[in-house]
Structure formats: structure tokens, C-alpha cells
Design a protein around this ligand. Structure first.
Ligand code: TYD
Length: 207
């Protein structure tokens, strides 16, 4: 049984996840809450190697291969970072987790959701989030924000998949939230930063 608290941040490209995670972890620091921050893909040495392959490979990678790579990185991350921290009673903040696989490789990449569930359950060893913040954003809004923040010429392999793919990612996330309303909370990512932050803290404190 986990003693800690697992909170994950999810959303499409340009949803403002990074700034909200920064604000939220600053809040945890101020409240003297013991936490770790990690990310997927990544989070361990092997995870970062796999991240590099997934985001920057010049080769075609189909959805199934993509998903299995994300999942192997995830298994390593859970075993070596997430589970030990939860067992030590910490709050674990994750920048993306398995809901990304359902939205991107499942809903947008057309993989069977039951297959994703089976392999995900195998990879995560019972580490289901206590709370998932879904920063909901349209393709147009998200990529407009991205264009302002950084150079759209440097899009990675997954960011470059186009509007149709990213529209499906968004719809996928909303479906997931509909299926698990107690865990996945939708936050309108077009609101201002402070308002969103307040909403996230309220959701966290309620849990
Ligand atoms: P990242 O640089 O973390 O993107 P962002 O800043 O948008 O979070 O890159 C992660 C990319 O990997 C992002 O495009 C979403 C994708 N992804 C999947 O497709 N499946 C997954 O299971 C995970 C964890 C991420």
C-alpha cells in the first residue's frame, strides 16, 4: 500500500503544464510538504535514453512501438523513483504519466485501449494517481502559445504530428476524464495562470 500521494499533470501541447508545475511545487515547498518532481518520458537514466529516442529519432516509429517504449521507460521509472518515494510517504508530482499513452498512442494513435490498459497495469505496479490535473486546451490555442514561447521550427517528433492527431489527443483526454471523474479533474487551460493555480491547489487540498 502506498502511503504517499501521487499527482500527475496532463494535457496537450502548449497547455501551460510546465508553469503550473513550477507554481505547484513552489507551493509544496512553502508548505514544507516533502515531495519529488519527475517526468515521463524520462525520470531515470534509462528513461531519459528512451525519451531521446522517442522524441528525436529520425526514424518512423509506429504507435505500438512507441507505446511499448513509453511503457518500458515507465516500468523503470516506477520501480526506481516513483514507488520508493510513495512508500516513503512523499508527494510525487509527475509531468505526464500513463494517461498520455491512452490519449496519444490510444485515442490519437489508434491502439486498442484494452491492450494499453493491460500493459500499463503490468508496468505501473499499482501506482495509480490519487489526482490527475488535465489542462484542457485546443490545438489552435496550444500551438499559438507554443509559437510565442519557443520556436515552432524545433518541434519534436510527436509535436510534429499535425492538427488531426492533436485534436484526437484532446478528445481522448476528455473521454478519459469522463470515465474517471473522481481522479481526473479538467481545468480550463485558457484561464489566467493565477486562477488555474488556485484551482489546482483547491483540488489538491480537497483530496
Ligand atoms: P515533453 O517535452 O515532455 O512535452 P510536453 O512539454 O508537451 O509535456 O514531451 C513529451 C511528449 O511525449 C509529448 O508530446 C507527449 C508524448 N507522450 C506520449 O505520446 N505518450 C506518453 O505515454 C507520454 C508519457 C508522453
Amino acid at each position: 500500500m502506498n502511503k504517499g500521494f501521487l499527482i500527475t499533470f496532463e494535457g496537450g501541447e502548449g497547455c501551460g503544464k510546465s508553469s503550473q508545475i513550477k507554481l505547484f511545487t513552489k507551493f509544496l515547498e512553502e508548505e514544507k510538504i516533502d515531495f519529488i518532481l519527475s517526468r515521463e518520458p524520462g525520470g531515470t537514466n534509462i528513461g531519459e535514453d528512451i525519451r531521446n529516442l522517442l522524441l528525436h529519432s529520425k526514424n518512423e516509429i509506429d504507435s505500438k512501438t512507441e507505446f511499448l517504449l513509453f511503457s518500458s521507460g515507465r516500468a523503470d521509472h516506477i520501480r526506481n523513483v516513483v514507488k520508493p518515494a510513495l512508500e516513503a510517504g512523499k508527494v510525487v508530482v509527475l509531468d505526464r504519466y500513463y494517461d498520455s499513452s491512452f490519449a496519444y498512442q490510444g485515442y490519437a494513435g489508434n491502439l486498442n485501449l484494452d491492450d494499453i490498459k493491460l500493459i500499463t497495469d503490468f508496468a505501473i505496479d499499482g501506482c495509480v494517481p490519487d489526482l490527475t490535473i488535465l489542462l484542457d486546451i485546443s490545438y489552435e490555442y496550444g500551438f499559438a502559445r507554443k509559437a510565442k514561447d519557443d520556436n515552432l521550427k524545433n518541434l519534436d517528433r510527436i509535436e510534429s504530428k499535425g492538427k488531426e492527431y492533436h485534436d484526437k489527443v484532446r478528445r481522448g483526454y476528455l473521454e478519459l476524464a469522463k470515465k474517471e471523474p473522481n481522479r481526473i479533474k479538467i481545468v480550463d487551460a485558457t484561464k489566467n495562470k493565477e486562477e488555474i493555480f488556485k484551482e489546482i491547489v483547491d483540488l489538491f487540498l480537497k483530496k
